[in-house]
Design a binder for this molecule. Structure first.
Ligand code: ISL
Length: 530
């Protein structure tokens, strides 16, 4: 029987920025409950909640102090139970963000069970993802602990069996409550090379990405926990190839259902550093997506995404957030949603929300951004050379409050928002979602079509016009149906041969019946025969 999550569409909520109901400027669980009808109206089936657990918020909840209680700013466990019940009442599933590569240094284990963490007498040269060394000295233990992220996010020692058991028990507790699965944070980093060797250029990645015991741990977790529930699991996995992905997601391997790859998110940077900007070459994007579509067809499963809370807004990134914002937001949606895999929509994507450009670093909250800024400043790089990278790539681009209406603070809060609202809100907001030609209604159509046409879930994938620098076109096919998706990634007109079939979807009003297909700026045209 086909797995339900193969036809599902996931909507990601970043609770801190979604909806504030108590006026403290921080989103909360009751705010999400209040907006469930909105998510249902869009047509999504599953909500992925970024972390809502008790946390000192060094990294906005990705540093967990207590896995079994709710962050005070977000509400109470009763609020959570109500959110879950109300979601289920609307036929929506809810999955939790599970951060188990590390905890907060304020988790009680850090003091009561130091053996649950990774200690060395001397640090090696691995660098943290959030700048600087990945080791911090602890006065109590008189040793260095590993933190791949901030120093308030010590890495857990997965070699410790008792620690793993405690995590499994905690996971069962949430599943027994009725949550419908997990998105697992950097889950391919849990197994480190036990030798902790010095790394080339301080890049420890080869020594902890997809490490030696990773498959053993995931199979154990599957056997002990996941396989006992009808749930969905998605592993966030930087540095994974399609071959890795197959190993993680092939059904018979009994590990995870799907993973998030990062390859397509690294095409507009040079080398390892996301801050080194490079213009996207569309041919590279096409080749990459094609590779993943083929590699996981009938062997494993893809997740499809352009956005999340760590990535800049796609319309500003691969589209055009000026003159062609509406057209390009729809085109990007179509380009992704007709592929094989489970699509993820990040809050505000369905409105075509854009990046922000705050003048000063003081207006940014993200730890990754702030640390990078300080590090570069200390190296003598002037602010005007650093800010453009933050405008293009900073994580706060995704984290500005959800734009609900043209009321003050975009209707997100009656207080002062924890992060400034994007000044675009009078024009870009959810209150306009039912206006004719809205991006929201286009996303509704994308979701409706996925439910209706089997070819979107199961068809083969064939890339067309491979060498074309501005057109991304592909076919999906089963014995009974065929879809051809044509997307213009440029602000110029492009001419290609008209595919067979009748027009199924377009982001322009009038489409002419001509022998050739004349694609206008950022136009998408999707053809169907069946
Ligand atoms: O955001 C990144 C690149 O811009 C990554 O370095 C990111 O930190 C990495 O993809 C892991 O992300 C996840 O784990 C982090 C957390 O900060 C992110 O928000 C989360 O998605 C540590 O828990």
């Amino acid at each position: 029987m086909e797995k339900w999550w193969k036809r599902a569409v996931v909507y990601q909520v970043y609770p801190r920025s979604f909806m504030d109901t108590d006026g403290d400027g921080i989103g909360d669980l009751n705010g999400i409950t209040e907006k469930l009808d909105y998510i249902a109206e869009l047509g999504a089936d599953v909500i992925w909640l970024s972390p809502v657990y008790d946390s000192p918020n060094d990294d906005n909840g990705y540093d967990i102090r207590d896995y079994q209680s709710i962050m005070t700013e977000f509400g109470t466990m009763e609020d959570f139970d109500r959110l879950l019940a109300e979601a289920h009442a609307r036929g929506l599933k809810l999955i939790m963000d599970l951060v188990i590569n590390h905890t907060s240094d304020e988790h009680e284990w850090f003091r009561t069970k130091p053996e649950y963490y990774i200690w060395r007498d001397k640090p090696n040269n691995w660098q943290s993802f959030f700048s600087g060394t990945a080791w911090a000295y602890d006065e109590v233990q008189k040793g260095y602990y590993l933190h791949l992220f901030s120093k308030k996010q010590p890495d857990l020692n997965w070699e410790n069996e008792e620690m793993r058991e405690e995590l499994y028990t905690m996971m069962r507790w949430w599943l027994d409550k009725g949550v419908d699965g997990f998105r697992m944070d950097v889950i391919n980093m849990i197994s480190k090379d036990p030798a902790f060797p010095e790394a080339k250029d301080g890049d420890g990645n080869p020594h902890f990405l997809n490490g030696p015991e990773i498959h053993r741990y995931l199979r154990e977790m599957n056997d002990r926990v996941l396989s006992h529930y009808d749930i969905v699991t998605v592993g966030e996995m930087p540095g994974t190839s399609p071959e890795h992905a197959r190993a993680y997601t092939r059904e018979e391997n009994k590990e995870l259902n799907m993973i998030f790859t990062f390859e397509h998110m690294e095409l507009d940077q040079t080398a390892r550093e996301k801050w080194n900007l490079k213009k996207l070459d569309l041919r590279e994007l096409k080749a990459n997506m094609e590779k993943w579509q083929h590699a996981l067809h009938e062997e494993g499963w893809n997740s499809l995404y352009w956005n999340n809370h760590d990535q800049p807004r796609i319309v500003s990134r691969f589209g055009n957030d000026g003159e062609y914002r509406v057209e390009s937001a729809k085109m990007l949606g179509a380009c992704l949603h007709f592929m094989q895999g489970t699509p993820y929509i990040y809050q505000g994507e369905e409105l075509g929300m854009t990046n922000v450009k705050f003048d000063s670093i003081e207006e940014y909250e993200d730890i990754e951004t702030r640390n990078m800024y300080s590090e570069k400043l200390a190296k003598g790089i002037p602010p005007e050379k650093i800010m453009p990278a933050i405008w293009a790539k900073g994580r706060d681009n995704a984290r500005t409050p959800m734009q609900w209406s043209n009321e003050p603070n975009a209707g997100f809060t009656k207080g002062t928002p924890w992060l400034k609202v994007n000044p675009s809100y009078p024009k870009i907001n959810a209150a306009c979602r039912n206006e004719e030609g809205s991006i929201f209604s286009f996303y509704q159509s994308l979701i409706r079509l996925r439910k209706k046409l089997e070819v979107i879930t199961n068809g083969t994938f064939t890339l067309l016009h491979r060498e074309h620098p501005a057109i991304f076109a592909y076919e999906r096919e089963t014995k009974a149906e065929k879809i051809t998706v044509c997307c213009n990634f440029s602000n110029q007109h492009q001419l290609i041969a008209r595919p067979n079939g009748k027009l199924l979807l377009s982001n322009y009003k009038e489409v002419e019946e001509q022998p050739d297909l004349f694609l206008r700026p950022y136009e998408t045209a999707v053809f169907y025969s069946g």
